[in-house]
Design a protein around this ligand. Structure first.
Ligand SMILES: C=C(O[C@H]1C=CC=C(C(=O)O)[C@@H]1O)C(=O)O
Length: 383
């Protein structure tokens, strides 16, 4: 029986079986209509309180990957019984698309574009295609990730083509419960360090970094601009705070508000915000064009949104980062970095290396300081 999981510090959801798959793209509000009709059919079929769970791609013109499950359970994450993490098959090879030189060239290209256009920030990403010696077990990978990253938003979503999306996102795009909303954007990053003092210093330096504060500000300003007209009150702290994952420090701002119209759904609001400058750039439309020009691959579900919602409009959607698409013996990992005028190509490459560390560690590899993981196999670089 196909199952999906979304674990959160707020409410966690387990879904079993598929009543209906919904592939309607989110563009233009069609998804919300398709979902409302699917909830009706589910109720008519005897599912008392239907939910939808799954992922929506970065490009909302592409098909969504949501399901209305046959059964679902909402529970406290602390009550989740985790199977102990097992061992993953060894890594045979990993290939970065684009490779290091081409990625850095893309960063330079983006910076050159800033001088010729209105674009002030663009998030450039890359794929790491990992080949394992045997088929990957998404359940085992999820268990390792959850054990190594007890905080954040852990997800495992079964996809229409049989692949699974597995990851642990530190970033909340939007939660809605009743008339209250919370968003917790992240932007601006530094790698965690192995010893306590240098780790604290790395976090402290991030909090003072003018380049990272600027990179962060694009995101909070845009979220404020989009949410303020919809809220009777919206609290956006002036200064970001620090949030840590097992691999990274991030600048983080927790935004809370009360909706003017509580009938707006979590999905309406998440689609209204997506893609934020944390995964796309600023201004959104122009940054999107630059990404299409520079990135040599389709993002697919990466940098989209992942989560769940119920038929009352409540729900929680995280940003789909620190994740991989698992199919057979290959896992496609993704990582991006926000580029602004004073970004340094070497540092942005290193940042994507650090972010990939979360998934690589769960796969049993060690992510070295700046190079690709070289655990048991070979590493290739796509041009
Ligand atoms: C795009 C990613 O991270 C985003 C979230 C946190 C910090 C980010 C940054 O500093 O660039 C990115 O905006 C990713 O992890 O692939």
């Amino acid at each position: 029986m196909a199952s999906s999981l979304f674990l959160s510090p707020h409410k966690s959801v387990r879904a079993d079986g598929i009543f209906e798959r919904i592939g309607t793209p989110a563009l233009g509000g069609h998804l919300q209509r398709a979902l409302a009709q699917a909830f009706e059919r589910a109720r008519a079929a005897g599912i008392a309180d239907p939910i939808a769970i799954g992922a929506i791609p970065f490009d909302i013109a592409q098909p969504s990957e949501l399901v209305v499950p046959l059964a679902s359970d909402i529970f406290e994450r602390a009550a989740h019984t985790r199977p102990g993490p097992g061992t993953m098959p060894p890594i045979l090879s990993s290939t970065s698309i684009p490779g290091e030189d081409r990625f850095k060239q893309g960063v330079r290209q983006a910076i050159a574009n800033f001088g010729l256009s209105d674009i002030r920030k663009a998030v450039l990403s890359r794929v790491l295609e990992v080949e394992l010696a045997g088929d990957a077990d998404a359940g085992e990978l999820f268990a390792s990730l959850a054990a190594q990253n007890p905080t954040g938003y852990q997800f495992r979503v079964s996809l229409a083509d049989g692949a699974e999306l597995v990851g642990v996102s530190p970033e909340l795009l939007l939660r809605k419960e009743g008339g209250r909303i919370v968003s917790n954007p992240l932007a601006g990053s530094a790698r965690r360090q192995p010893d306590g003092d240098s780790d604290a210093a790395a976090g402290g330096a991030l909090l003072q970094s003018a380049k990272d504060l600027r990179e962060h500000r694009f995101v909070t300003d845009e979220i404020r601009r989009l949410l303020a007209p919809l809220c009777t009150e919206l609290d956006v702290p002036e200064q970001p705070s620090l949030l840590s994952t097992n691999a990274m420090w991030h600048l983080s701002t927790r935004i809370e508000g009360t909706l003017r119209d509580p009938s707006l759904t979590a999905l309406d609001l998440a689609c209204h915000l997506h893609p934020t400058p944390a995964v796309c750039g600023y201004p959104t439309r122009q940054a999107r064009k630059l990404i299409d020009l520079v990135e040599p691959f389709e993002r697919g579900l990466f940098a989209g949104i992942v989560g769940w919602c119920d038929a009352h409009g409540n729900g929680e959607w995280a940003v789909t980062i620190r994740c991989g698409r698992v199919q057979g013996n290959t896992i496609r990992l993704f990582a991006g970095a926000g580029i602004v005028a004073d970004s340094c190509p070497d540092a942005e490459w290193a940042e994507t290396q650090g972010k990939l560390g979360t998934m690589l560690r769960a796969l049993g590899a060690r992510a070295p300081a700046t190079g690709e993981p070289r655990p048991q196999g070979t590493t290739a670089e796509a041009a």
